[in-house]
Design a protein around this ligand. Sequence first.
Ligand code: AMP
Ligand code: MG
Length: 413
Amino acid sequence: MSDCGCDSHDIKLIPYHDALGRLVDAAVPLADMEEVVTAAALGRVLAEPVFSGMDVPPADNSAMDGYALRSNDILGDGDITLPVSQRIPAGTYGQPLAAGTAARIFTGAPVPPGADAVVMQEVCTASDDIVAIPGPVAAGQNIRRAGEDISSGQELLAAGRRIRPQEMGLIASVGHATVSVVRRLRVAIFFTGDELVEPGGSLKPGQIYDSNRFTLLGLLAEMGCDVVDLGVVGDTLASTRQAIRSAADQADLVITSGGVSVGEEDHVRIALEEEGDLNMWRIAIKPGKPLAYGTAHGAPFIGLPGNPVSVFATFCLFVSPFIKRMQGMTSVVSRAVPVRAGFDWPKPGTRREFLRARLEQDAAGLPQAVIYPHQGSGVLTSTSWAEGFVEVPEGTTVTAGQTVDYLPMSQML
Ligand code: AMP
Ligand code: MG
């Protein structure tokens, strides 16, 4: 194992956890909030905690279609016949239940005062205005208690939570038509590379389609960001500097792809140094080593590598936690799940590897992580096939059957 964190060129690389920690610490949460209707709150981050001003359910109510009664009217285990004194559909409120009578009741309807149990209709025999009920009946049965889910005054959701469909329902269930969220993050993006052509155009020799733009547009949409898309920028220092100025001027965060390595056509790092500060560059990971972080004209700047797999992987690993922190989220780094490896990785690397992987069932039906056979950083197919990454630390190998760390992509965004 390389214990100096050096790559083959013997240049110091920043260890993964150091880089991640430094990035997350550098991200400043947005201070502005806005009120949005609950129906449009999906994906937004709560700026304030959500409290309930009511009990849920608001009253004791029936969990069944059946008969509400007083349990001590049905002692013993024979059938007891009671007159049906009232009918209480959901959405109505019954009268106090007289002793020795039953109320026809429906799921969700409030249990009338005096009744302390509901018997499901399937076990009762009803005719005209009487019903035969098999005993015994336990007090409290088939009644959902007022406040058993949520009690009035309770904090339902903490600030910093992203709103999923479940949270939309929960917020609505206590009657809030609007909710206070952090304003949307504005992210400016541009792509370096004289070889890039937009889909729809035809390729001349030496050209390729610009896929990173689409990967990033999708990732940023999934994270609820507004995007300022500056498109492709030519491989010159002047145009890269100009693009950095324009991007920083229009957005809370600037993200670029390509041009961040050490080649003569790579201008992003130098341009960043001239327009602002480079705070971090070159990380001991694979894919994604050349990632650069800094600030320019007051905006944080993340320069992603150009290789399409590196863009996707470094976004999941670094940009997503950074964005989450800027969006005001409290939990920003996804935790790895230990799983059994269904593959061998015999060659230890000098950098921490994030293998494109997914979970499949082994012969006994148990989950195991398997990896895409081609792990090259240009093989974009691997990101589409995969559902997560297996993290292999520097200097280690993997033998099938051993436990490895698995990072599900669904939790990384
Ligand atoms: P670079 O970091 O600029 O040297 O780019 C590394 C590799 O990624 C090269 O093979 C580029 O052609 C490729 N690449 C750079 N940008 C893009 C892009 N937007 N879409 C697809 N491939 C790209
Ligand atoms: Mg390039």
